[in-house]
Design a binder for this molecule. Structure first.
Ligand code: ADP
Ligand code: MG
Length: 680
């Protein structure tokens, strides 16, 4: 692949002034020395004074300057956690919360989960003693339910604010409000060097504290022509860098687990074939579901003579800093959610990243020495095809979850909530409508008893509705399993390249009539019967890790059942009841087979069953889906066969008998009420 050098990202450091520290030197240095070497360290006192003097402080600093790992420690050392008060530091990503907490625990010489811990959905690694709490922004949001004034916190640091995730954006509004009546609460908003003026304005012109950057220049290269297959291009380029460039580790940005695993496999394959013709290349993945021992490996120093290549999602853009990266390879894509409020369809698609993102990525190459960034697209594409910045998530996602939470916090007038950027009006309206349809809100938009229960469960409103409905259909045991399995979605089965046929057979063996939700239930039940065995997973091409996680999630949900007044009951094999309970939550996501394929019932959108589905070949007339994923087409993932009469049974306020009539079945009885009885 031919690259042309086209630009340079300016650095603050003279590349000849500081020799890049070798991996060994770093290892030898004590952890305290590393702490003192971070850009934030010289500003420790100044920063603490600013925090003492202002209630809200915006902190801006280059990625890797020590904001996340150091500032909470400074506050701890300064006594902000006296009298049992806690410090919260939020992260948009689970992996970041876990990894950073582990690092800080090590720096402080304490066991993770004691003084320092993390809390992410379905995983709580904190204790009574935990005063430094790293958590996802979503978890802090849920803290408001149990402690609306965050009374046990002395400091809240909203970190990675520039990411503008939905939860971070909502936190801004809530925290601004709490800060007004808790003058002793300190609020820190930390961000990479983006957008800080806006945060300042939002928080009534709060001062901005700048930690001066420390970055070496980065040369930027573009491809001469567009690359058709960016995965293949990535693999080739990594090897090209490895063979032609001086020492230094490589960071590659891909969009998700599947892609990352494929790239790592391809790289390892080719290295094996090249054998001793090339120096050693360590290939390390990092993505959200990677087990933590594997995550830790990316931070280990590269052995002398070898080179490391870290293949990462967006997580490495600003949340995590890996020492020793000199080369960045950027295909220019990321996975992004989008939402169409007219159709209510949410989809996750691979889209070109923004210029701001591309420049953050490039910056990762200049941390320890002058670096190089290879972009797998043309300079023209950068100029003309990339957006300036990423649109905040609040403007491209559904809001059901957040609206339910805000309603539970007693915030009724959502139109006038203090948003940094307001969501589209139609999105808000649709969220209210959906919550009304699910029975969470009454016709006045007030929270119902059922809505209050739904908010108690840390899952999407549709999923909580399904769990609540399992009471009526006496099948909560099964529904809990389905809910847990849906939460670890898409990583249940594995399919090694050399055993594709065996793996596919194993998967088909789990198929049950009715659809994918029942397949998930079947897998879990058989696994439980095996005594939760890892050997069983291995033999059946099932991911043990995912199953273990499903078991954790299931246990946690089970623990919450009492709070929402659902008893533990089993359907004893009567799967119609399970399917009806699922339909009670997902009647919004329904499709029917027409002459021209599947159409969603309400919006008349063309959709397709995902080829991995157990129903792919059966093409039932009516079905519901768990989610829509737009890849080459709008695919429905996790589909369940239903009967149209069930829709009238579970959501009579939402469906009219007329729209469920089947134009192809001429003998359809006129009175649908009777059909319902016949079929039900
Ligand atoms: P910022 O939040 O400003 O981007 P961080 O506090 O995350 O900066 O990182 C500061 C330094 O700590 C970085 O140089 C990084 O290399 C180091 N660091 C962070 N996490 C780890 C880890 N898990 N292992 C080793 N070093 C780490
Ligand atoms: Mg950080």
């Amino acid at each position: 692949i031919e690259f042309v050098r086209a630009a340079q990202l300016q650095g603050d450091e003279d590349p000849s002034s500081v020799p890049p520290p070798s991996a060994q030197a770093q290892q030898k240095e004590s952890i305290q020395a590393v702490r003192r070497s971070l850009p934030v360290f010289p500003f420790r006192e100044e920063l603490l004074t600013a925090i003492a003097n202002h209630q809200v402080l915006i902190i801006e600093g280059e990625t890797g300057s020590g904001k996340t790992t150091q500032i909470p420690q400074y506050l701890f050392e300064e006594g902000y956690t006296k009298k049992g008060m806690k410090i919260a530091c939020t992260q948009p990503r689970r992996v970041a919360a876990m990894s950073v907490a582990a690092r800080v625990a090590r720096e402080m010489g304490v066991k993770l989960g004691n003084e320092v811990g993390y809390s992410i959905r379905f995983e709580d690694c904190t204790s009574e003693r935990t005063v430094l709490r790293y958590m996802t922004d979503g978890m802090l949001l849920r803290e408001f339910l149990s402690e609306p004034d965050l009374a046990s916190y002395s400091v809240v640091m909203v970190d990675e604010a520039h990411e503008r995730t939905l939860h971070t954006d909502i936190l801004f509004g809530l925290i601004k409000d709490v800060a007004r009546f808790r003058p002793e609460l300190k609020v820190l908003v930390a961000s990479a060097t983006l957008d800080t003026a806006r945060f300042s304005t939002f928080f009534d012109d709060a001062p901005v504290f700048r930690i001066p950057g420390r970055r070496f220049p980065v040369d930027i290269f573009y491809t001469k022509a567009p690359e058709a297959d960016y995965l293949e291009a990535c693999v080739v380029s990594v090897l090209q860098i490895h063979v032609t460039q001086p020492p230094g580790d490589i960071l590659v940005f891909l969009t998700g687990q599947e892609e990352i695993e494929a790239a790592c496999e391809m790289l390892q394959d080719r290295c094996r074939r090249l054998g001793s013709k090339i120096r050693e290349l360590l290939v390390l993945p990092i993505y959200a579901n990677l087990p933590s021992d594997m995550q830790a490996r990316i931070f280990q120093p590269t052995p002398p003579g070898a080179r490391k290549v870290v293949v990462a999602t967006n997580i490495a853009e600003t949340s995590l800093t890996i020492e020793g990266i000199i080369y960045v390879l950027d295909p220019g894509f990321c996975k992004q959610k989008s939402y169409n409020p007219r159709t209510g369809m949410e989809s996750l698609t691979v889209t070109p990243c923004s210029k701001a993102s591309a420049n953050q990525r490039a910056g990762r190459a200049g941390r320890v020495a002058a670096g190089k960034c290879f972009r797998l697209y043309t300079a023209w594409a950068y100029q003309h095809e990339l957006e300036e910045t990423t649109v905040p998530e609040i403007q491209r996602t559904s809001l059901g979850n957040v609206v339910l939470l805000l309603k539970s916090l007693g915030i009724h007038d959502l139109m006038h909530f203090d948003f940094l950027d307001p969501p589209p009006y139609e999105t808000l309206l649709l969220a209210l409508e959906q919550l009304y349809a699910l029975g969470a809100l009454n016709h006045l938009g007030e929270l119902t008893t059922s809505g209050r229960k739904m908010a108690e469960l840390p899952v999407d409103p549709m999923l909580s509705k399904m769990i609540l409905a399992s009471e009526k259909y006496s099948c909560s045991e099964e529904i809990l399993t389905v809910a847990a399995m849906l939460s670890v979605n898409n990583s249940i089965f594995y399919r090694p390249k050399d055993k594709v046929v065996h793996a596919d057979n194993a998967r088909v063996n789990f198929f049950l009539p009715g659809g994918d939700h029942l397949v998930l239930l079947n897998v879990y039940t058989q696994w439980a019967e095996s005594g939760y065995s890892s050997q069983w997973c291995y033999e059946n091409f099932v991911q043990f890790r995912s199953m273990r996680r499903a078991r954790d999630v299931r246990e946690q949900l089970e623990g919450l059942l009492e709070r929402v007044e659902v008893g533990l009951t089993s359907c004893q094999g009567d799967y119609i009841r399970v399917r009806k309970a699922i339909t009670s939550g997902y009647f919004y996501h329904t499709a029917r087979l027409t002459r021209s394929g599947y159409r969603t019932v309400k919006q008349q959108q063309t959709v397709f069953i995902h080829p991995n589905s157990s129903l792919f070949e059966q093409q039932p007339r009516w079905l519901l889906y768990h989610e829509l994923v737009l890849t080459t087409k709008e695919f429905m993932r996790q589909v369940l066969e239903i009967e149209s009469s069930w829709l009238l049974e579970v959501a009579p306020h939402y469906y009219k008998a007329k729209e469920l009539e089947d134009p192809h079945a001429k003998k359809m009885p006129k009175k649908v009420g009777k059909t319902r009885e016949e079929l039900g």
